[in-house]
Design a protein around this ligand. Structure first.
Ligand code: PAN
Ligand code: ZN
Length: 212
């Protein structure tokens, strides 16, 4: 669900920014909000139900009438053009679907290009997978900067008990390609709540779905 300036409860703080001139925004490290922002995206469970491995758990949550917000992002108004640097904040709620932690949908960029993540509050793990199948996991926490090289799909997982907030900056013309990972069953590894902390295990959906 994408909310443009003018249609959400936060609208009193919205001013239209123009990236043709220098601008600044205030970043709230605890909530992840940008003030002002130009658009925000709210992703409830029903919007990304297929991303989670335990489909019975998804159905049970939704059938109970609950539809938790998995994450929310705030965007300034930066053009999708090569010389611009797009950035946004994301806040992932704390929680699990079955035992799998709440996470972002995860994507490649249409144009393979690098991205920088900066942790602001909470704790989590970034799962990254290259186009040739190499895997990497990096812990994301306040003050941690993670470099995502060109060609590495990335997903962020909240492994803590409070919201995980971070800032991401990427090339304006990078584009977001969700289908490349989803068409092959998603990332090769998933992050679950274990008795002694987060556990990374091979994804069963990745094994089931593959390119024909
Ligand atoms: C991030 C992500 C954001 C939401 O800003 O877009 O955290 O994750 P999904 O887009 O995978 O649902 C980023 O990597 N931008 O390029
Ligand atoms: Zn990205």
């Amino acid at each position: 669900m994408v909310c443009k300036a003018g249609d959400s409860e936060f609208d009193q703080d919205v001013t239209v920014l123009s990236a043709s001139r220098p601008f600044s925004v205030a970043l709230d490290f605890a909530t992840g909000s940008l003030t002002p922002y130009s658009a925000s995206l709210v992703r409830p469970l029903s919007d990304m139900a297929s991303a989670f491995e335990d489909q019975a758990a998804v159905e049970s949550i939704l059938a109970s009438g609950d539809d938790p917000v998995i994450y929310r992002s705030y965007y300034p108004d930066v053009p999708n053009e090569p010389d611009h640097l797009a950035f946004l904040t994301t806040t992932i709620s704390a929680g699990t679907v079955g035992s799998e932690f709440f996470m972002t949908r995860g994507h490649h960029h249409y144009r393979d290009s690098a991205e920088l993540y900066v942790g602001m509050s909470g704790e989590g793990i970034m799962v990254m997978e290259s186009r040739r199948g190499d895997l990497s996991q990096q812990e994301l926490a306040p003050s941690v900067v993670i470099y995502v090289p060109p060609g590495w799909a990335h997903r962020t997982v909240n492994t803590g008990n409070v919201p995980l907030t971070f800032l991401a900056a990427y090339y304006g013309d990078a584009g977001h390609d969700y289908g490349a990972m989803e068409s092959t069953g998603g990332f090769s590894i998933r992050v679950y709540r274990g008795d002694d902390g987060p556990q990374l295990r091979r994804s069963a959906t990745r094994d089931r779905v593959g390119p024909s």
